[in-house]
Design a binder for this molecule. Structure first.
Ligand code: HEM
Length: 72
């Protein structure tokens, strides 16, 4: 698997972690649980999501190998 494919896979799985963190936030809100760490939980996957997402976004403009790897 090329490094671009690894970046895409990491982004893909981090999106699941982020979704779970958002759901945990909503559950905590509705249960009126006051915990700052739950609020900050979503930032753990969001920061590498931003980095890998911006990397994928930039790839076509950098004129290197396609982000889609074998797919394009
Ligand atoms: C934080 C800023 C983010 C940026 C800059 C970003 C950027 C990108 C880019 C450029 C792509 C590739 C699109 C293409 O195929 O041309 C992508 C794919 C994707 N993004 Fe993001 N994204 C971000 C956050 C998220 C979040 C929050 C989620 C979901 C919770 C998410 C889920 C996905 C998924 C599932 C894909 C498809 C991955 C695949 O092909 O397997 N992203 N994103």
């Amino acid at each position: 698997m090329s490094s671009n494919m690894w970046i895409r896979q990491i982004h893909r799985w981090l999106s699941i972690a982020f979704t779970i963190a958002v759901i945990a936030n909503i559950v905590a809100l509705t249960m009126q649980i006051q915990a700052t760490w739950i609020g900050l939980l979503a930032f753990v996957p969001l920061i590498p999501l931003l980095a890998t997402g911006l990397y994928m976004f930039a790839q076509p403009y950098l004129g290197r190998r396609s982000v889609n790897g074998a797919r394009s």
